[in-house]
Design a protein around this ligand. Structure first.
Ligand code: SF4
Length: 213
């Protein structure tokens, strides 16, 4: 990336931080994913219970390893469990965690957060449950409008389906066909319009680089 693209990313990141704070989120700017990781770790108290939303952003930052090795009560959704229902139990426990850390599928220029889930285990606690929600997002998540956010989600969903090995048409073709199969991953879509109800609960770290997809 050349210096002008980097400059553009910094401008985009700083502008969306301003908009998000006007919408009563607690947003902050960092230049790199390394800074985002340090900032995020600094926001977690030792001993706190922490849940994580499925996120390539957080995977790229190495946050699962941090939480596994740190002094936290980590509701580890990635651990190997003998039965599927056990992981649902972890998702249930996550609803009462001190912290949910997660990415977001899209942020509109007006400051709305748009997300789609398979089971709802990420979008539900983003809205209510955990005392604190910390969202990390690169500038690639910023879109113009809600329609652009929905379009973005349809474009990235096939990659998610492939990543989590769901047998969906899009995991074969790479394109969404608005499927009707049992393994469909696009079942629950939320728009968080603002952070006004529980001021300060949703904290957003905006990174001036592309992160996740
Ligand atoms: S609706 Fe179905 S085909 Fe479309 S992205 Fe979601 S899982 Fe894939």
């Amino acid at each position: 990336m050349n210096e002008f693209q980097e400059w553009k990313n910094v401008c985009k990141a700083k502008q969306i931080v301003k908009v998000l704070n006007q919408r009563h989120f607690k947003a902050s700017y960092v230049a790199t994913r390394k800074e985002a990781k340090e900032k995020l770790i600094g926001m977690l108290e030792e001993g706190a219970s922490v849940a994580i939303g499925g996120s390539t952003t957080l995977s790229e930052m190495g946050m699962v390893e941090v939480l596994r090795n740190g002094n936290y009560q980590f509701f580890d959704r990635y651990q190997k469990l003998p039965f599927d229902p056990d992981i649902v139990d972890i998702h249930r426990q996550s609803l009462t965690a001190d912290y949910l850390i997660t990415g977001t599928n899209a942020i509109t220029k007006r400051g709305e957060l748009v997300n789609t889930d398979c089971t709802g285990n990420r979008v539900a606690p983003m809205i209510f449950g955990p005392k604190n929600v910390i969202i990390v997002a690169g500038v690639n998540k910023i879109v113009d409008t809600l329609d652009d956010a929905f379009k973005r989600i349809r474009e990235i969903a096939p990659m998610n389906s492939k990543r989590i090995k769901h047998e969906t048409p899009c995991a074969e073709t790479g394109f969404c066909v608005d499927c009707d199969c049992k393994k469909r991953i696009c079942n629950f879509t939320t728009i968080i319009h603002n952070g006004i109800k529980f001021e300060g609960r949703i904290k957003i770290i905006i990174v001036a680089e592309d992160l996740g997809y």
